[in-house]
Design a protein around this ligand. Structure first.
Ligand code: HPA
Length: 273
């Protein structure tokens, strides 16, 4: 059976040797949301290309850095760029940011992503706190993943989202006067965007937003006992919701527009944590 601690011993040793502190809060920054790193006090930046066995990020908007930073007296671990299943990596490779965060001592993890809006009340630029997720089309991969000790437990997704961390994020939104939406994130593997018919189906199943990441990270992080929450930045109308065709530059451009709102929400969440 694959043992992540053994397989990634060199990876962890490398990061641990450079770590200036033991972090409390991990934040995985989604497409175009990596600029948060400029708003906190960076203590140590590690290029993932230098880390043994760390998968190479292949996507525009994902810088590939692990950053130790401090903000509001809290020690943070930021992942600038994530590893997507659609890039062809194994599911356990996609879980590395979560595995590393947990191994380094993080008790909280905030997962962020760019997502397409399905809910008719959502417009690009909205932020959506994930109330739940639909990962029906990735659970098989996760459940086949034998690298997690007691892998049966991975099927238990009842700890997501963390009521405590979600409450903190909602309070942060109130303080920042951000109209934070709350809804269900629907996972599609990608890398192609969905068809209008798929989005119609997802809407019938009460999905509010759609994206190509996060679900497996959320399942694993909550399985490991971390307080786990996820925030989606609605970067576009999902396929068929608007007449315009989707592309990745629209996603990164909207993420840029919503940058300040997103940063304020996350910074206030850190302050209140
Ligand atoms: N679909 C899937 N993933 C996405 C989208 C989308 O519309 N927008 C940003 N990430």
């Amino acid at each position: 059976m694959l043992n992540l601690s053994r397989k990634y011993k060199d990876t962890l040793d490398y990061i641990n040797n450079l770590a200036p502190f033991s972090p409390e809060i991990a934040i995985v920054l989604g497409s175009g949301l990596g600029k948060l790193a400029q708003k906190v006090n960076v203590k140590k930046e590690i290029s993932t290309a230098d880390i043994p066995l760390y998968p190479v990020s292949t996507i525009i908007g994902h810088a590939g850095k692990i950053i130790f930073a401090e903000y509001a007296g809290k020690n943070l671990l930021l992942f600038q760029g994530r590893i997507h299943f659609y890039e062809g990596y194994k599911i356990y490779e996609c879980l590395l940011p979560v595995f590393i965060s947990h191994s380094l001592g993080c008790k909280n993890i905030i997962l962020t992503n760019a997502a397409g809006g399905i809910n008719p009340n959502y417009v690009p630029g909205d932020l959506m706190l994930n109330s739940s997720m639909n990962g029906i089309n990735i659970k098989k991969e996760l459940n086949n993943f034998i690298g997690i000790p007691g892998s049966d437990g991975i099927r238990n997704f009842n700890n997501f989202p963390s009521p405590k961390l979600n409450k903190t994020i909602k309070n942060a939104a109130l303080e920042c006067k951000i109209d934070l939406k709350e809804g269900v994130y629907w996972y599609c593997k990608g890398p192609n965007y969905e068809t209008p018919a798929e989005i119609k189906m997802a809407a019938r199943f009460e999905a509010d937003a759609v994206g190509m990441s996060t679900v497996h990270e959320a399942i694993y992080a909550s399985y490991l006992g971390m307080e786990t929450s996820a925030i989606s930045c609605i970067t576009n109308f999902a396929a068929g919701i608007s007449a315009t065709k989707l592309n990745h530059s629209e996603v990164t451009e909207t993420a840029k527009l919503v940058e300040t709102k997103f940063e304020n929400l996350v910074k206030k969440t850190i302050e209140l944590s």
